[in-house]
Write a protein that binds this ligand. Structure first.
Ligand code: ATP
Ligand code: MG
Length: 400
């Protein structure tokens, strides 16, 4: 026996009233795209749920892909059988054994086809008895079972579903507009990107690169992070900004204590211009209060002065340990902690101002013209599109 489809439930989306159809269509499209690597899977919609028909594809491999699609509340493996008592019993036992750690269960039957001779309650007992007779150490618990096996007897067949497996949650990517993620090689910004995508936002990324102070490897690391994020929804365009000249100029001409603040302000200005060009309406950063010198309230205030774009900061109130936990879960942690240098660490002053002010930053900046440098950096920005299908090694090999 084998599972032949996966049942998909979408919680939050279901309450979206008028927009519901739109969300469902986006979710269905995301699923179809995600599963396009399998030749035989099909995604079907029916009432408040969707089904992936496996047509012989490996259920567990397909499940792993479905678990990455935002907008899904929970999933279950399911098996379809003819409406015969023995077949239903065997299927239910099979569905229970899908998770070998299960200790307690409950059977819930629904008989949509009233011509089926066994009433629901009787079917529950019969199937439950069959499971008890064929397992060891498994008992019934009708109040708080590890697994609720659901049996639906419909006109065409009987459907048996296994335990609920948690989905990625959130909203389908593409339902909440677009944001430009400022992506460094660190731990935080990929997590910020993930959380933004989870709310249905499509992202592009911008990365500030300072060769030769930062190596090709450091850039590759960022492309690999973007690639990791792209597995949660869509190909990601990464804008790689040549930042060396501006950084050198800041280093040369600005007071050391304000180097960091002014560098961040330049990043914001450039990011805003790229966003404008790409018709993107917001920026996203991995800033989190109190982590480093650039992330004090004063610093945020001074940096934010240069743009009136909305800035999404999903991590602003999160603890570092919680951020790390997410980065492990989404598998960006390993890449983020590779040792390649970051453009910001290179020119970091020995004693950055932790309490910069807008007035001082503007005053220092006004003594030198940066406009041409900003324009030039935007003009020379390289656009690279990454997709989840590219292997990390392939990306690396291009450089060797
Ligand atoms: P991260 O772990 O994301 O690098 P961080 O804790 O190191 O963050 P900062 O160095 O203060 O914090 O950076 C704050 C935010 O600024 C980053 O999360 C990112 O959004 C943005 N940023 C920093 N450096 C770069 C860069 N080289 N290119 C693009 N964005 C950057
Ligand atoms: Mg960093």
């Amino acid at each position: 026996m084998e599972f032949d489809h996966i049942l998909i439930r979408y919680g939050e989306m279901a309450i979206k009233g008028k927009n519901r159809k739109y969300f469902e269509r986006k979710l269905q499209n995301q699923l179809i795209k995600k599963l396009s690597k399998f030749d035989r899977t099909r995604v079907k919609k029916r009432k408040d749920r969707m089904y992936v028909l496996l047509n012989g594809e490996d259920p567990h491999t397909v499940m792993e892909e479905c678990k990455k699609v935002f907008g899904i509340h929970s999933l279950s493996f399911a098996v379809k059988t003819d409406k015969e008592e023995q077949l239903i019993k065997d299927a239910a036992l099979f569905a229970l054994l899908e998770d070998p750690t299960v200790k307690t269960f409950k059977v819930s039957s629904r008989r949509a086809d009233k011509s089926f001779p066994i009433p629901s309650q009787d079917l529950n007992y019969k199937v439950g008895g069959h499971i008890l007779a064929n397992t060891e150490g498994v008992t019934v618990d009708v109040h708080n079972p590890d697994v609720e096996l659901k049996i639906e007897v419909r006109n065409d067949a009987a459907y048996i579903t296994s335990r609920d497996i948690p989905g990625a949650g959130g909203l389908p990517v593409g339902t909440s507009g677009k944001s430009l993620l400022m992506l460094s090689g660190g731990i935080d910004s990929p997590v910020a990107g993930y959380l933004t995508m989870k709310r249905g936002v499509q992202i592009e990324a911008v990365h500030f690169h300072s060769p030769p102070y930062t190596s090709e490897r450091a850039k590759q690391k960022v492309l690999d992070l973007a690639k990791g994020l792209s597995s949660y929804g869509h190909n990601i365009v990464v804008h790689v900004v040549p930042f060396t000249e501006l950084q050198q100029k800041i280093h040369r001409e600005m007071p050391e204590g304000y180097g960091m603040t002014i560098m961040r302000r330049m990043m914001m200005r450039i990011s805003e211009r790229i966003a404008q060009k790409r018709e993107i309406l917001s920026l996203t950063t991995g800033e989190s209060l109190g982590q480093v010198a650039s992330q004090t309230m004063e610093s945020m205030n001074a940096i934010n002065e240069v743009t009136n774009y909305p800035i999404i900061r999903p991590l602003v109130a999160m603890d570092k340990l919680d951020i790390i936990e997410i980065s492990r879960k989404i598998e960006t942690y390993k890449i983020s902690t590779l040792p390649y240098e970051d453009c910001c660490t290179i020119f970091v002053p020995k004693a950055p101002k932790t309490k910069p002010t807008r007035e001082n930053a503007s005053y220092y900046e006004s003594s030198v013209s940066f406009e041409e440098d900003i324009e030039k950096a935007v003009a020379l920005t390289e656009m690279i599109e990454v997709s989840a299908e590219q292997k990390a090694e392939d990306l690396f090999e291009d450089l060797l």
